[in-house]
Design a protein around this ligand. Structure first.
Ligand code: THU
Length: 135
């Protein structure tokens, strides 16, 4: 699917200030489109027990799923940092569960936007076929 990245980058940037990141100081926001064309956003939500913190991408994905989405057709992620926000490994695995291999993931640097596919972010990932299953 080809979309104009700003369809997702702009709403992601708009919710950066809703991130709860008092410990790292890095605000992250994600936006996605589901298979019905609905937009969902998420922000990182940290916890004093650091390991309980949740990334923006998974907040957005789980929010979409809780609203009835089952497939994701495009994602974007941005942050308050100056560098490219590259999704963490856990988020990549969750993306691969709900998005096809060719789904675009737009990563915002604050200036330029880089486009990756889900497969580029998680090459040779663990997949349902390895359990002898269809998804
Ligand atoms: N973070 C995300 O929200 N997404 C990522 O893909 C990488 C990291 C958040 C988690 C934590 O709140 C902060 O960035 C610093 O690790």
């Amino acid at each position: 699917m080809t979309i104009e990245p700003n369809v997702l980058i702009v709403p992601a940037r708009e919710c950066l200030d809703r991130a709860y990141a008092p410990y790292s100081g890095l605000r992250v926001a994600a936006a996605l489109l589901d298979d019905r064309g609905r937009l969902f956003t998420g922000v990182n939500i940290e916890n004093i027990s650091y390991g309980l913190s949740m990334c923006a991408e998974r907040v957005a994905i789980f929010s979409a799923l809780a609203a009835g989405a089952r497939r994701i057709t495009a994602l974007a992620v941005t942050s308050s940092g100056a560098d490219l926000l590259s999704p963490c490994g856990a988020c990549r695995q969750v993306m691969a569960e709900f998005a096809d291999a060719d789904v675009p993931v737009y990563c915002d640097t604050g200036g330029a936007v880089r486009r990756f596919s889900v497969a580029e972010l998680l090459p040779a990932g663990f997949a349902a076929a390895q359990l002898g299953r269809q998804r």
